[in-house]
Ligand binder design. Structure first.
Ligand code: NAD
Length: 427
């Protein structure tokens, strides 16, 4: 068991997701005999920043106070890297947990980054474009001393997109006086953003399906796929699934789900969301609830929205053979155990959705060198990195007789631990 932090246990980061993430880390730490001092060090983020700032609504006299966060978990691996989330319930504990997951994710796929994450506690769905722009510019101004192309590089996550990244890049650049494209990834290509970054996470998730399916002797062609969350990750995962010959029978977002046993028209659903901002009113199938969607009879379930959606309460009713985790932390530890008992293969978030940060890494490298790669090069390198990481994780799983989440974490935690040991303690 890891020793505690001087001054007692840490409550600053208390949250459900942090608890889950620490429990996973402790379990794997114990399994690999992780050094006690190192385990205690890695349980808490190295830097965590909380900011509050005024936010003027479009109604000029209406000013709210908004909270923002940026957490950097480990600074020993290189600059830190991680998305920024805009959501009504973002808190320091959730952001800290997501930063820790980013550390393992980068280590699992072999990227030269430590993990970071950011968030602004506001519901983005009701914001006008000018309101979102003001929030973004002020948030970045507040965390300016903390970020930089060689320090910490933000990216999109829930509630943020290419346009948000463009405002972040512009705000940082205006402040330093010259253009710094490498300050964020997930930008529009016109600003040095990478072609294919938008599709990378969803595509990366699905790129693991052939290997996962082969392991259980399941054909990919005609496999029924259900996608929970139809944003950036979910849409491109669904599209990739269709392109691989799967049948996407269910999709959902915050407005609820849509089901069609003969397969949904993914492109039409994407076009609907692009125009109406959600699946509300989309009539390409039968309307169902998000709860029903997660329990649909299918071969592949892709959670691609929130954390903690597959829990002890519903895992027993998950009717998939493979769960590909597009979202971060969608499955609780309790649910993991139930799914394992049912023989469901879970390809964990830290591996399955690593395509996003891998494409971000490519974008950052291209920005630093001012030399841009072709789409084919990007797609081929992404596929190669994802498949190599998956096959290494499968080797650990087979060698140690553990599930894929444990195997992936063993690989990630070992890499970070050896780097920290090599660097030593300062001073
Ligand atoms: P997004 O904001 O583009 O999409 C989120 C989707 O989830 C939307 O369709 C939204 O309506 C839906 N949603 C929100 N609340 C819901 C609810 N209660 N029930 C059902 N659906 C709900 O976000 P995204 O970038 O696609 O991120 C989705 C997940 O993937 C997050 O967990 C994120 O951390 C993770 N992720 C994203 C990336 C990336 O590159 N964008 C990379 C790795 C992991």
């Amino acid at each position: 068991m890891a020793k505690s932090v001087v001054g007692g246990n840490v409550h600053e980061f208390d949250s459900e997701l942090y608890g889950e993430t620490i429990a996973q880390f402790d379990r794997v730490g114990e399994l690999i005999g992780l050094d006690d001092n190192l385990a205690a060090r890695l349980r808490v983020p190295q830097r965590a920043m909380v900011v509050s700032f005024p936010f003027r609504r479009d109604d000029y006299s209406d000013v709210d106070t908004v909270f923002g966060y940026r957490v950097q978990h480990v600074l020993s691996m290189g600059p830190t890297k991680g998305g920024v989330r805009y959501a009504a319930d973002v808190n320091l504990g959730e952001v800290a947990a997501l930063a820790m997951l980013m550390t393992w994710k980068c280590a699992i796929v072999g990227l030269p980054f430590g993990g970071a994450k950011g968030g602004v506690r506001i519901d983005p769905t009701g914001l006008s474009k000018p309101e979102k722009q003001r929030i973004t510019r002020r948030y970045i101004s507040e965390i300016m001393p903390f970020i930089g192309p060689n320090k910490d590089i933000p990216a999109p996550d829930m509630g943020t997109d290419e346009q948000t990244m463009a405002w972040m890049m512009d705000t940082y650049s205006q402040n330093v006086g010259y253009s710094v494209p490498a300050i964020v990834t997930g930008k529009p290509p016109a600003l040095g953003g990478s072609i294919a970054r938008r599709e990378a996470t969803g595509r990366g998730v699905m790129s693991l399906l052939p290997t996962a399916a082969a392991r259980i002797g399941m054909p990919v062609e005609g496999a029924r796929v259900v996608v929970h969350g139809f944003g950036n990750v979910g849409q491109y995962a669904a599209l990739a699934a269709r392109q691989m010959g799967c049948l996407v029978v269910g999709i959902s977002d915050i407005s609820g789900g849509v089901y069609r046993s003969t397969g949904l028209d993914v492109e039409a659903a994407m076009a609907w969301v692009a125009e109406h901002r959600s699946l509300e009113g989309y009539e390409g199938g039968d309307r169902i609830s998000n709860e029903e969607l997660l329990e649909l009879d299918c071969e592949v379930l892709v959670p691609a929205a929130l954390s903690g959606v597959i829990t002890g309460a519903n895992a027993g009713r998950v009717n998939a053979k493979i769960v590909l985790e597009g979202a971060n932390g969608p499955t609780t530890s309790e649910a993991d155990a139930i799914l394992a008992d049912q023989g469901v293969m879970v390809v964990p978030d830290v591996l399955a959705n690593a395509g996003g940060v891998t494409a971000s890494y490519f974008e950052w490298v291209q920005d630093l060198q001012n030399y841009f790669w072709s789409e084919n090069e990007i797609v081929a390198r992404l596929r190669e990195i994802m498949n190599k990481a998956f096959s290494e994780v499968l080797d650990v799983a087979d060698r140690d007789g553990v599930d894929l989440r444990t195997a992936a974490l063993i690989k990630g935690i070992r890499r970070v631990a050896s780097a920290k040991l090599a660097r030593g303690v300062f001073p």
